[in-house]
Ligand binder design. Structure first.
Ligand SMILES: NC(=O)c1ccc[n+]([C@@H]2O[C@H](COP(=O)([O-])OP(=O)(O)OC[C@H]3O[C@@H](n4cnc5c(N)ncnc54)[C@H](O)[C@@H]3O)[C@@H](O)[C@H]2O)c1
Length: 318
């Protein structure tokens, strides 16, 4: 594959696991537009019927085999149990998908001669903040099966990078948002849904917990750099670099939508990190910088939600 400066992936064969999901659909569209031959493997069909897809569970050996049939130059590995709360409810499924399937994918990739793998990790590998900001050198102390299994996958990738020369870049994403997140249960999607359905929005805890929000196009830009450049290996923190409280996100969504929103406070969720403040210097030194802050990024998201067909709940705010 050629350099990112050319923007051309030169016919490279790229397997995108989880390519039917929220981030995956953006990655597939971007890589295809840049000239790559993209294949998706996912439990779910892809929204675009023209996409080359293997439908199945990555934890099944024959699904991995079919996905790599004909070879691949690189893999973008997104398929995972992605919800922290679901991981708490289903730790075994989370391990099977996030660790066992990842280990099998790495081994099949090694045998197939794949050169690079870009993995979507998370700052949840770190757990409670011990430094003023989370960086790649922060100690790993995950609080949930989600964080623990992502950390385990990163460890496997470290070994495959060092021993077998399969270069793995682990992008530790903060909270992703952007167009196409109708199926998600993260805060931006829940807020948009509450506005459109007239439901009351539940804030978990006091709402003062801070988080960093990164736009999906900025994530895709980081993936493009990570695919193209040998200097991207091991963990790299990808976030906007500005943390906002839940209360501030509620205000930002109210402002962009011009809608009123009724909120109530509920109990904090188990495994929630008290704060996420990230240091993105490593990514910036490697040529990446985010284009969107939350206020700018929400404009396109609200445009989409304001036009979406959504069943409005009878009975108004709940
Ligand atoms: N969205 C975020 O805020 C965020 C933050 C940090 C990291 N990440 C990571 O980024 C990746 C993509 O996240 P997303 O938000 O697009 O999630 P998503 O849930 O929208 O997409 C995940 C896709 O993986 C597929 N999948 C799950 N298990 C599979 C299996 N066993 N076999 C084949 N396919 C399987 C799902 O069907 C889905 O299409 C995930 O690895 C997630 O952990 C996301």
């Amino acid at each position: 594959m050629s350099s990112p400066a050319s923007g051309d992936l030169g016919g490279g064969r790229i397997l995108v696991t989880g390519g039917s999901g929220f981030i995956g659909r953006h990655v597939v569209a971007d890589l295809t537009a840049a000239g790559a031959h993209v294949r998706v493997v996912d439990l779910q069909p892809h929204a675009d019927p023209a996409v080359d897809i293997v439908i199945g569970d990555l934890a099944e050996p024959e699904v991995i085999e079919a996905s790599l049939q004909g070879g691949a130059d690189a893999i973008v590995h997104l398929a995972a149990v992605t919800s922290v709360l679901r991981s708490v409810e289903h730790p075994e499924l989370t391990h099977r998908t996030n660790v066992t399937a990842t280990a099998a994918l790495l081994e099949a990739a090694r045998v197939a001669g794949v050169r690079a793998l870009v993995f979507t990790s998370t700052n949840a590998v770190v757990g409670p903040m011990e430094d003023p900001a989370i960086s790649e050198s922060s100690r790993l102390r995950p609080l949930t099966p989600y964080g623990a299994t992502k950390a385990a996958a990163e460890m496997l990738m470290s070994a495959y990078t060092e021993v077998y020369g399969l270069r793995c870049a682990c992008l530790r994403l903060t909270n992703a948002y952007g167009p196409g997140m109708e199926a998600k249960d993260s805060i931006v999607a829940r807020l948009m849904r509450a506005i459109r359905t007239g439901a009351r929005f539940e804030i978990y805890g006091d709402g003062r917990q801070v988080r960093d929000y990164v736009h999906v196009s900025d994530i895709v830009a980081a993936m493009r750099l990570a695919l193209a450049s040998d200097s991207w290996r091991g963990p790299t923190v990808i976030g906007s670099g500005t943390s906002l409280s839940v209360l501030e996100v509620v205000d930002a969504v109210k402002k962009v939508s011009g809608a009123s929103l009724s909120v109530r406070h509920g109990p904090a969720k188990p495994g929630e990190m008290p704060a996420v403040i990230v240091d993105t210097s490593r990514a910036r030194a490697a040529g990446w910088s985010p284009r969107y802050d939350l206020a700018a990024g929400l404009v396109g998201v609200w445009q989409e939600w304001s036009h979406a067909e959504i069943a409005v709940r009878a009975g108004g705010p709940g």
